[in-house]
Design a protein around this ligand. Structure first.
Ligand SMILES: NC(=O)c1ccc[n+]([C@@H]2O[C@H](COP(=O)([O-])OP(=O)(O)OC[C@H]3O[C@@H](n4cnc5c(N)ncnc54)[C@H](OP(=O)(O)O)[C@@H]3O)[C@@H](O)[C@H]2O)c1
Length: 249
């Protein structure tokens, strides 16, 4: 029997990478899944790839009106939400001396403001016993040159998990973070300007991992399923690190 049978899940940024793999896994476990993203063509492809029980709702997490429209549609169609994965995120590495205001605002608007207001607006729909998963990153606890804005946003996300765990405990809502290490998804391509640079990003991350490889999205999805399901019923407020041992040694 599916671990999420009859549940309703929302995965922001579910049109690509870790979000798509997570949405696929959830649907395979019996959940109705809503996924979001800004690019309609990618969203449509992802809905097709998930194959069943999936709905794509186009939208930008930096825009409150898009978040409200997303939540309204889920409310109208399902009435409630059992799992929320706040996964949509972006990166644009820039060292401090060169970083633009645009870089700062875009990274914080997507990775922090987006997570905050998706959570706030979805909260009325979250059922007793529901599970919220926020995508942080191992970058939150590392000093990586050029990652100033990105790492700070992911530290903020980790902080939300603590506050919301305390704030929402009496409603029976569990909130946890997942911190991925380097996974092979399109976000890797945002970290260099040339094919050679992108290859270098991938190979240097893989080299830094004790397992000497990048993570596969389905390995992240398995962790998300654990936190989404009753298998983790006594786990709240944690940061589940899925990084092939990178930060453990
Ligand atoms: N892959 C890794 O190595 C890694 C490591 C640590 C943490 N993470 C975190 O894991 C999460 C997923 O990353 P990924 O690797 O799966 O990246 P990805 O393949 O680039 O997917 C990012 C998703 O977020 C969506 N998105 C981006 N900006 C958005 C916005 N403003 N509004 C709505 N949707 C938006 C994208 O769709 P559109 O562009 O069409 O909007 C896409 O669906 C991110 O939060 C990332 O920071 C990833």
């Amino acid at each position: 029997m599916g671990k999420l049978l009859g549940k309703t899940a929302l995965v922001t940024g579910g049109s690509s990478g870790l979000g798509l793999s997570t949405a696929k896994t959830f649907a395979g476990e019996g959940s109705i899944v809503y996924i979001t993203g800004r690019r309609k063509a990618d969203l449509d492809r992802a809905v097709t790839a998930i194959g069943r029980n999936a709905t794509g709702i186009q939208g930008d997490v930096t825009k409150i009106e898009d978040i409200d429209r997303l939540v309204s549609q889920i409310q109208a169609e399902r009435g409630e939400l059992d799992v929320l994965v706040a996964n949509a995120g972006t990166i644009e590495p820039q060292p401090l001396m060169q970083a633009s205001e645009h870089n700062f605002d875009k990274t914080f608007d997507t990775n922090v403001r987006g997570v905050y207001f998706v959570m706030q607006r979805a909260l009325p729909l979250l059922t007793k016993g529901s599970s919220v998963i926020l995508l942080s990153s191992i970058a939150a606890t590392k000093g990586i040159p050029g990652y100033g804005t990105y790492s700070a946003t992911k530290a903020a996300v980790r902080s939300f998990v603590r506050t919301w765990t305390a704030e929402l405990a009496d409603r029976g809502i569990r909130v946890n973070a997942i911190s991925p290490g380097p996974f092979d998804t399109p976000i890797m391509d945002l970290q260099a300007d040339t094919d050679q640079g992108r290859e270098l990003v991938r190979s240097s991350f893989a080299e830094a991992v004790p397992m000497k490889r990048l993570g596969r999205p389905e390995e992240l999805a398995a962790a998300a399923l654990f936190l989404a399901s009753e298998d983790s019923s006594y786990i709240a407020g944690i940061d589940l690190v899925v990084d092939g041992g990178l930060t453990a040694i």
